[in-house]
Design a protein around this ligand. Sequence first.
Ligand code: FMN
Length: 199
Amino acid sequence: MSKILSIISSPRGAASNSIKLANAIVDKLREADPAAAVQVKDLTKSPFPHLEETHLNAFFTPVEKHTEADKEAIRHSNEAIHEIMHADVIVIGAPMYNFGIPSVLKAWFDHIGRAGITFKYTAEGPVGLVTGKKAYIAVATGGVYSSGDAAAADFVTPYIKTFLGFIGITDVTVVRAEGFAIPELQATALDKAIDSIVL
Ligand SMILES: Cc1cc2nc3c(=O)[nH]c(=O)nc-3n(C[C@H](O)[C@H](O)[C@H](O)COP(=O)(O)O)c2cc1C
């Protein structure tokens, strides 16, 4: 039975375009594999903390030397890494906020990037350790970034793809719902994006 981890980073609930698009991807995955189990992780309901000194100390202290404070500080990171390691497919809903990703999504990534656990450095350079996964990024934007002058200002998809690739997730499909701030495009933007989903 495959496991799908669906990540929500928009606080807009039922009104969210990235959530609707991510849900459409999950629906298609379940059509293809009805036995698939889905875990939904809403980063806006229980946000991961910004990395503070306590988290970094715990990351870089060997487990056998962890104090109670280190164990508490590293709890979020261990939970996030366990969930991503045990998923076969990861669907990330990503609204564009000021050309980048919402800070709740960045905070989650910050707890996942751990040397020796999700990646390691070798003589040949960094090697990702989260392998054998497939990821989909469901991006929602007010403008249009798939082509034209604004494409260079899309720091959502290159960033997420770079981060996922760094930890070993290289099979990544981007699905874009774009133009929600453009009157001529907004009514059809979501349907167009859903129609474009290719598993
Ligand atoms: C705080 C904030 C910042 C935004 N910044 C951008 C932006 O830089 N570029 C853009 O095209 N749209 C921007 N938008 C529009 C959103 O990307 C768009 O409304 C999208 O549908 C939001 O995703 P959601 O519907 O899943 O919440 C912004 C929206 C908000 C609320």
